[in-house]
Design a protein around this ligand. Sequence first.
Ligand SMILES: CC(C)(COP(=O)(O)OP(=O)(O)OC[C@H]1O[C@@H](n2cnc3c(N)ncnc32)[C@H](O)[C@@H]1OP(=O)(O)O)[C@@H](O)C(=O)NCCC(=O)NCCS
Length: 319
Amino acid sequence: MGYIVRPIRRDEWALLEDFLYEAIFVPDGFEGELPRSVIHDDPKCRAAFEGFGTLPDDRALVAEVDGEVVGACWVRTTDEYGHIDSVTPSFSISIYKPYRGRGIGTAMMSRMLDELLEAGYTRASLSVQKENPALRLYERMGFRIVGDGADETEWLMVRDLCGHEISSATLESADAIYRLVQTTIHAVYPDCYDPAVVAAFSCLHSPDVIRADIAAGKIFILKVGDRIVGTGTVKENHIMRVFVLPEEQGKGYGTRIMDELEAIAARSHSAAVLEASVPARAFYLNRGYRVAGTQTWEIEPCDDLPATTLVYEVMEKEL
Ligand SMILES: CC(C)(COP(=O)(O)OP(=O)(O)OC[C@H]1O[C@@H](n2cnc3c(N)ncnc32)[C@H](O)[C@@H]1OP(=O)(O)O)[C@@H](O)C(=O)NCCC(=O)NCCS
């Protein structure tokens, strides 16, 4: 199905009222039809469309199929549900039902994000019902949860536009993630571990393991432009494989990755756990982790390297 994404025309501004109605999440099992009055009765809903075109940050794109507008994605900076401050435009998006799940939402959002970046905005925000499947789309587009929205049924999400973004890794990134992890291990670990331990860490993060974790949706990447400079993995509340390229360390990227992984862990657990490497130990302690115990890793002999034993710390942080 062919579609185009283009800026909204002035004579189409009024359509946003209908697209806001479509954007309201109706949970499974909801009987009947949502009354249209909901968007008029609620001032925050009204703020998302009323007077569109009159505020300085108002921007909208529409998707067109066979000459008909089937979706809209727009931003405003005003007191609506996704509003966080006076310099951060917040997103609304919806597509008519028959056209959902075909990539149109992704295309509209990424174009809008490009436009906002180009126009010099540093952040964008949105709010989404926690049960809305659109949450997955937003995470893929680099939005991260920063807390509850207007109430505990909603997430408030933010997307940084200042040059770097965190997103869920896809299989296309598998080789780049593997190289990043191996480069960092071989650059940093020899200062703290003997060669047999370095080799064991290297084997632990094999291409197959990385692919499997990506397929399970567990790996996140931090990109600067098109380049992946850092990565981290979270399984339930277990944080692992946090690496930032050696030349990119000390710029706050590790902090951004950990903020993201901890926010994900916090959705279902009250504490995060990790196995601390020696070089990252101080970083984790600074973030409020404490040593919860030690574990022993018996490393088999491999190639010319002898068997060895590594004792490492398990750390925990309340979220
Ligand atoms: C959310 C929405 C704009 C996404 O546009 P789209 O063209 O369907 O999205 P794409 O095809 O580019 O991407 C697919 C993603 O859209 C989301 N999605 C797909 N169908 C959806 C639906 N019926 N309801 C909500 N989100 C949906 C999912 O996140 C999906 O990702 P997944 O495949 O990992 O589950 C569109 O589905 C929609 O209009 N949904 C209803 C309105 C809504 O919930 N708006 C957001 C309010 S915060």
